[in-house]
Design a protein around this ligand. Structure first.
Ligand SMILES: NC(=O)c1ccc[n+]([C@@H]2O[C@H](COP(=O)([O-])OP(=O)(O)OC[C@H]3O[C@@H](n4cnc5c(N)ncnc54)[C@H](OP(=O)(O)O)[C@@H]3O)[C@@H](O)[C@H]2O)c1
Length: 450
């Protein structure tokens, strides 16, 4: 409620009618809010180019005394009052606090005060991106968020500007470096999920509470932003299903290898028209562990690397890849957004497509082959029981794989299924779950091709 009333206030404030934010030739004055991992790197990058058109003038953080960095120019004003940024002559507020609030309220206030905003905040942009872009437009200012997806990889700008001439219909990729680190470690060393997670935490690739990464929430927020920026679709995070990578076991990599596949956390958003209703658009989107061919580009993303691919009607598939997180790579994206604002002298292009559409349907299902892994207490008739239920749902089995050496008390085997809708498989799996031989719940993963 509070955020809403602040927005209304900002909207009713007198808009500066698209005037340039600064005189040509003058430096763009920057205020950084949030002097943490990314904030420090942004300040370092801004202060190392004496001829840059960007000038860092203010740094805001709570308890500012402990943050002061003597290596930065003495002219910078350090403050623990956000209002100091608003009442100053800074042209752009760089929001690097993170989280929905108070960052969201401060971004609204900065726009309302006639400042442009650059942010790396995926949560805020996935939740309120179109609303903030509307506010920026009304105020004749800009909001840029290139760092909010895939850190230093210029995916947003590449999609919005480099591919603006195409009609994109699919965005997919590896959007979370922590998950990619864990899965590639499991693949390379045969280690368990928990050991790989512990290792990632020790090396600083995973947070003490890794749930937002592992469970797919972080990647989902990025997918929402990419769906807005690339597909022109407004969708809420909660509409996109996400599944944890914690259910992947080393045995899955063993079976995946037999199928010439790797396992990665894959985010997909695909736009199509609703059948028999060509004016209505549907979105299939999900974040989940999936099998992908070992020879595919995504399988080559190692460690904490990210990869974003955009597929369009005319340009085919375009790939952006590199390091998607870390202070310095993320700061590069922030500073690049600042350069873009400096080049445009404040002209508001509208960061998100103005006509972003709400899809008529959103589903998490894809019609692709699937991988089913069972761990069972062995007895005759198991495969026949599974095949009977699958046949009832018109699902065809493609192959059956069973490695030797498992105990009869916990025998692990895999079925691959021919292409079918995930929703239909889920119905069959509900029935299969009631069979009495499971030692652990069956694992179902889509198999994506490139
Ligand atoms: N780190 C990355 O690799 C990365 C990559 C892409 C995007 N991002 C995004 O970049 C943003 C910043 O991330 P980060 O990694 O730099 O976070 P961080 O290291 O936690 O820095 C956040 C800074 O904001 C300050 N802060 C937090 N809440 C505040 C409040 N209520 N009032 C005043 N100051 C406050 C913190 O101060 P204290 O020191 O007092 O806590 C800290 O200095 C986030 O939106 C994140 O999602 C980060």
């Amino acid at each position: 409620m509070a955020a809403k009333s602040r927005l209304t206030k900002a909207r009713t404030a007198k808009a500066p009618a698209l005037r340039p934010a600064r005189d040509a030739g003058k430096k763009l004055k920057i205020g950084v809010a949030g002097f943490g991992t990314v904030g420090r790197s942004v300040a370092k990058l801004l202060c190392q180019e004496p001829d840059s058109p960007l000038l860092l003038t203010h740094i805001y953080n709570r308890n500012i005394q402990r943050k002061k960095d003597p290596s930065l120019p003495a002219s910078i004003r350090w403050t623990e009052k956000f209002e100091d940024l608003l009442s100053s002559d800074v042209d752009v507020v760089v929001e690097l606090i993170g989280g929905l609030e108070p960052a969201g309220a401060w971004v609204r206030r900065a726009l309302g005060a006639g400042k442009s905003v650059v942010t790396a905040n995926k949560l805020l942009i996935s939740e309120s991106g179109p609303e903030l872009a509307d506010l920026a437009r009304k105020m004749g200012r800009r909001i840029e968020f290139g760092a909010s997806v895939a850190g230093g990889i210029p995916a947003i700008i590449g999609i919005q500007e480099g591919l603006a001439g195409d009609r994109l219909y699919r965005i997919d990729g590896i959007l979370n470096g922590t998950c990619n680190y864990i899965l590639t470690r499991m693949e390379a060393s045969g280690t368990s999920f928990h050991s790989a997670l512990k290792e990632a935490q020790e090396l600083g690739f995973a947070e003490a509470d890794p749930s937002a990464d592992i469970d797919g929430l972080d990647a989902r927020a990025k997918l929402v932003i990419l769906a807005q920026a690339g597909l022109g679709l407004r969708v809420h995070s909660k509409q996109i299903p996400c599944r944890s990578i914690a259910m992947i076991a080393s045995v899955d990599f063993m079976y995946a290898r037999e199928l010439d596949c790797s396992i990665r956390q894959i985010s997909v958003a695909e736009k199509s028209v609703v059948q028999n209703s060509p004016r209505r658009v549907r979105l299939a989107a999900a974040v989940q562990p999936a099998l992908i061919p070992t020879a595919s580009l995504m399988a080559h993303a190692q460690g904490s690397q990210n990869i974003v691919t955009a597929t369009g009607e005319f340009s085919g598939r375009t790939v952006f890849s590199g390091y998607g997180a870390g202070g310095d790579p993320t700061a590069v994206a922030v500073v690049s957004d600042l350069y873009a604002i400096a080049r445009s002298a404040g002209a508001p292009p509208g960061a998100l497509p103005k006509t972003a559409e709400v899809p008529a349907e959103v589903s998490g299902g894809f019609t692709v082959p699937h991988y089913l892994r069972f761990v069972v207490k062995d007895r005759p008739g198991i495969v026949a029981a599974l095949a009977t239920i699958l046949a009832k749902y018109h699902i065809s089995i493609d192959a059956l794989l069973q490695k030797p050496g498992f105990p009869h008390s916990a025998l692990s085997f895999v079925m691959t299924l021919e292409s079918c809708d995930s929703a239909v498989i889920n119905q069959a799996l509900e029935e299969i779950a009631h069979l009495d031989f499971h030692v652990e719940p069956p694992l179902c993963l889509p198999i994506f091709s490139e």
